[in-house]
Design a protein around this ligand. Structure first.
Ligand SMILES: C[S@@+](CC[C@H](N)C(=O)[O-])C[C@H]1O[C@@H](n2cnc3c(N)ncnc32)[C@H](O)[C@@H]1O
Length: 527
């Protein structure tokens, strides 16, 4: 890194430090959070505010410039989040039943009831029910416990200021919300169903790297993290969220400008499907027509480009392709997959040519590639199959086995990681692919090769995006734990200590300190 970049970086850090003295910045001890299960960070809110967002009801907007890797939120669930062994599917009705049980058993606190009732319940934006919560602020979520205590001490004062009361109608400000009253009546089954339908968040695993460091099992989770439920959706979001114990951590996964909306993605794996599929699912599940930047950009491309996306996607998700790809790990060679490989190559080439012809921006091209990701991914998987070697020797995108397989294209994971970063920065898949890219390029090229240096940088960047700036030791442990993840047919799992070729590699390659990596990131951004 050049001297100039170091100086710029230092001044950027200094600026950030002085900015962070103000209210709103989260200064969390990540090392403790990621390593000590007993450490409870509580409810933390960064420099964001809740405000009306045209066409979306309310949303969270950055109060100041938020650099990538900065923490937006650390949220705790309403009641408790449900957990099950990793990979098990937990559905909203499981959560509704659990919350109903809490109510029935007298274990639902007034503060949690109030937090839930401050969330969107599916009512039309101009209905009286929506008007009830429109004036809420993030403080209403954070300070409910205090308010309830004060209301209990002076019950008469608190009465008469609730929603719909004449005084509230005359002054429709946040102060009109009486959170104490919102916590009074038990939540009905119907209320819970609606609130869970629109606000719950589930994941088939809590953070794999952190679980390893905390010596916990990674678990499937579902819950309502109320502050997180204030984030609106985008098909190319600028935040990443992950579970650490009962907490949900939300990080800026890209720089978010002051006044810009922070967004999350409601789609899960569907983020890598064409526009029509994404929008149909969002309409069916949440009742809105997505108008995010990616949806708008994808709607504006020439018909040939859209047709090429659809054709590539449909080919890769056809019954025949899915069957062949599913059976592939048991195959001794890739010869029977040659016809499919040829069709997929033609389909992705056609998409690339159509995008080139249309002169699209690289950002839009990356979005469109994600819409046809199944085709790019399946092609890379087929090309990864070793020619002629026996079953059990499979490695690469089918999951690391430690075998030194003669991979078809050492740069395939680098390209896939770049694509995924465009729609799911800091996601499990993004981190997995950057590690895969690092181990592949290191196997294929000399350690001094710029492609290895680039892959190292991308890998560190992805991990810092997700985890924030942690100590050198914790970063290295996280990388080592994550280098044992396996990816097979869309599922990422953590292999046992002894499995996985990535561990030693990560240890030897990732000698850079967390501070150096952070400098690299800031230096790149500053130049
Ligand atoms: C989890 S809530 C998000 C916060 C919500 N906007 C509020 O006012 O509390 C989900 C609901 O927000 C709205 N929403 C989220 N993302 C949207 C988007 N991209 N466009 C339009 N509406 C959106 C939809 O009504 C959706 O059902």
């Amino acid at each position: 890194m050049s001297c100039q970049a170091v100086i710029k970086y230092n001044s950027k850090i200094a600026q950030n430090k002085s900015k962070r003295k103000g209210a709103g910045w989260i200064n969390i001890d990540y090392d403790r959070l990621y390593t000590q299960p007993s450490f409870n960070p509580g409810r933390l809110v960064g420099p964001i505010k809740l405000q009306p967002v045209p066409g979306k009801g309310r949303g969270l907007v950055a109060d100041r410039e938020l650099p990538a890797a900065e923490t937006l939120l650390v949220s705790e669930p309403v009641g408790t989040a449900l957990a099950a062994p990793e990979g098990r599917e937990l559905l909203p009705h499981h959560l509704v039943a659990a919350l109903e049980n809490m109510e029935a058993g007298g274990r639902m606190g007034a503060a949690d009831r109030a937090r839930l009732r401050l969330l969107y319940d599916g009512s039309a934006p101009d209905s009286p029910a929506s008007a009830r919560v429109r004036g809420a602020s993030l403080d209403d979520f954070r300070k409910i416990d205090d308010k309830l205590r004060r209301a209990a001490e002076a019950p008469k004062k608190a009465k008469g200021k609730g929603f719909g009361a004449p005084a509230a109608a005359a002054a429709p400000k946040a102060a009109a919300i009486n959170t104490a009253e919102l916590g009074e009546a038990p939540l009905t089954g119907g209320e819970l169903e609606r609130l869970v339908a629109f606000n719950s968040w589930g994941n088939s695993y809590s953070d794999l790297g952190v679980a390893a460091l905390r010596k916990e099992r990674s678990e499937a989770v579902i819950g309502v993290w109320p502050e997180f439920a204030l984030l609106n959706h985008s098909c190319a979001p600028n935040t990443v969220a992950f579970n650490v114990g009962q907490s949900l951590v939300v990080q800026a996964a890209a720089e978010i400008e002051q006044g810009q909306e922070a967004t999350t993605c409601y789609l899960g794996d569907l983020v890598q499907t064409p526009r029509e599929q994404r929008r149909a699912w969002l309409k069916g599940s949440y009742g809105f027509d997505c108008q995010c930047e990616r949806c708008r950009a994808e709607a504006a491309v020439p018909a040939e480009v859209s047709a090429a996306v659809t054709a590539a996607y449909e080919l890769a998700t056809s019954e025949q392709a899915t069957k062949l790809a599913t059976e592939a790990p048991g195959r001794s060679d890739r010869s029977s997959l040659r016809p499919l490989e040829g069709q997929l190559a033609a389909a992705t080439d056609r998409l690339e040519a159509a995008m080139e012809e249309a002169g699209l921006l690289e950002r839009v091209r990356q979005w469109l590639r994600n819409s046809a990701y199944a085709a790019y991914f399946t092609l890379a998987v087929i090309r990864d199959l070793p020619d002629g070697s026996g079953p059990g020797d499979l490695g690469g995108l089918f999951g690391r086995t430690g075998a030194a397989a003669p991979f078809g294209d050492p740069e395939a994971p680098t390209r896939l990681a770049g694509m995924v970063e465009a729609v799911a920065p800091g996601s499990d898949l993004h981190l997995y692919l950057t590690l895969e890219a690092l181990s592949r390029t290191a196997e294929a090229y000399d350690r001094e090769d710029p492609r290895v240096a680039e892959a190292t940088k991308s890998c560190l960047r992805a991990h810092i995006l997700r985890y924030g700036v942690v100590s050198d030791a914790v970063l290295r442990s996280l990388l080592e734990a994550r280098s044992r993840t396996q990816h097979y047919l869309g599922r990422i799992t953590l292999a046992s200590q002894s499995e996985g070729a990535g561990t030693a590699l990560a240890g030897s390659l990732l000698k850079q300190t967390a501070a150096q990596a952070a400098r690299e990131m800031a230096g790149t951004g500053a130049e």
